[in-house]
Design a protein around this ligand. Structure first.
Ligand SMILES: Cc1ncc(COP(=O)(O)O)c(C=O)c1O
Ligand SMILES: N[C@@H](CCOP(=O)(O)O)C(=O)O
Length: 430
């Protein structure tokens, strides 16, 4: 399978080239040229497969000949060496916990997969350094830092918005050292993302071998499909329709779920639940896509005003918004609603959600009456401890701090402050 640019002005490329380029030379996101539906028998017998087997079957057409079978299986095994539990909260509501990886957010899967793919592609080019640029609103940075730490021939530069990530998120992306550098940007996540995209187009930086580790990179984006298959595997014996509510910021995760559906995974409906950054809910209401500066919220990793992956979602539905609305909707929720939901879940079930998961829960609550026969799965995308202050204050309770976080917070932050693109460029040229 090859990938084409959604701006249609760049050559098609294979998986290796798409991963190494990150973004196409015409600034478009790469998108698969063809999608081969999965074998029906595989979906019918999924409950007898291991997560690793499922992931291999799902991803192999996308990787194609770029990585040999044996190596791909190894990469998957190393990527998925933790659990993805599905927790039942009531008769119809489940939380799919995606935070059991090393940095306690769902980004670990994509970051670990991509780091290993890049390591493989770079195996014989140790003298040719690849520079991975990544913009983060909180979680991608930590996951990428951890996933790429010590990978030979790869240098990682993380841009994050100063003062707009939680203390634990900041420590995760600023304390590792080695081949990881954190740039603290005086601006929003969208400013960071725009600078990263600008750097890719900058002729003067073209010798630097820049790539991206945001979900714009297919190797970061595609493995996010796995979660939906894992949940289906667990719930299949119940013979119910499934609705997924996905807390959304850059829309990479939900877009991966929708791609899984287009491969044949029987998902009834998707809700993209956002915080006050409501570019997509507004688009569905008005028909006009109008990116706006992001607003700071308690679900900070979703503070995105111009979600990169929405163009991929539109492409999946051939840019037909009416067709898209048959399987997809999007709602926005305020911080007060999010806190109220966290309290409600805790009071009713004793379950603690982080603010992002709570936004996902709200998305399911809003739509559940329309799907009386369905089960709702909201994605719990980060561990509550990553938002310690907000969670403890909202629930008036203390949460246990995992050992890995205790060890993390005593480390010293190391970051370089930058104000604008010129300063980023200067840094990269050094
Ligand atoms: C905890 C958490 N939830 C949700 C999101 C939103 O995911 P996406 O950007 O794929 O929409 C992010 C960041 O992306 C996140 O870190
Ligand atoms: N929420 C993200 C923002 C970037 O999203 P990505 O999936 O495109 O990397 C974050 O936590 O950094």
């Amino acid at each position: 399978m090859n990938y084409f640019s959604l701006n249609h002005k760049a050559p098609t490329v294979n998986f290796e080239e798409a991963t190494v380029n990150g973004i196409a030379p015409d600034k478009g996101l790469y998108f698969p040229e063809s999608l081969i539906p999965l074998d029906k028998l595989m979906l019918e017998t999924i409950e007898f497969m291991s997560n690793e087997q499922i992931a291999y079957e799902v991803i192999r057409q996308f990787v194609n000949k770029s990585i040999p079978k044996k190596e791909l299986r190894k990469i998957i095994a190393e990527t998925l060496n933790f659990d993805f539990p599905l927790v039942k909260l009531d008769e119809r509501t489940y939380s799919l916990e995606l935070f059991h990886g090393p940095t306690m957010a769902f980004k670990d899967v994509g970051a670990r997969f991509m780091a290993r793919c890049l390591g493989y592609f770079n195996r014989n080019k140790k003298d040719q350094k690849i520079r991975v640029l990544v913009a983060t609103s909180g979680d991608t940075g930590g996951a990428v830092a951890h996933g790429f730490l010590g990978v030979e021939g790869v240098e990682v530069i993380i841009l994050y918005p100063s003062g707009k990530v939680s203390e634990i998120q900041e420590k995760q992306l600023t304390t590792l050292g080695q081949n990881i550098t954190a740039l603290e940007v005086d601006g929003t996540f969208d400013d960071c993302q725009a600078m990263v995209k600008q750097a890719f187009l900058d002729e003067e930086l073209s010798t630097l071998n820049l790539t991206s580790a945001n979900s714009i990179n297919v190797a970061r984006w595609l493995p996010q499909m796995f979660y939906y298959f894992f949940a289906y595997k667990e719930l299949k014996p119940l013979h119910k329709k499934l609705v997924f509510s996905v807390p959304s910021g850059n829309f990479g995760n939900i877009c991966a779920g929708m791609l899984a559906k287009s491969l044949g995974l029987p998902i009834e409906f998707f809700v993209a639940a956002t915080n006050l950054n409501d570019t997509v809910p507004q688009f569905l209401k008005t028909g006009t896509y109008s990116a706006k500066p992001s607003t700071a919220t308690i679900s900070n990793a979703m503070d995105v005003g111009d979600p990169s992956n929405f163009v991929r979602i539109q492409q999946l539905y051939s840019n037909d918004t009416e067709a898209l609305k048959e399987t997809f909707t999007s709602f926005s929720f305020s911080d007060d609603e999010t806190k109220k939901a966290m309290k409600e879940i805790y009071t009713k079930t004793n379950y603690i959600t982080d603010p992002h998961g709570a936004v996902g829960y709200l998305g399911w609550q809003k739509i559940k009456e329309e799907f009386p026969d369905a089960l709702g799965i909201f994605l719990e995308t980060a561990h509550p401890v990553k938002f310690l202050e907000t969670v403890e204050e909202t629930l008036s309770t203390k949460i246990a701090i995992p050992q890995q976080i205790k060890e993390l917070v005593i480390n010293n932050k190391q970051s370089i402050k930058i104000k604008n693109y010129d300063e980023l460029k200067l840094f990269l040229k050094k």
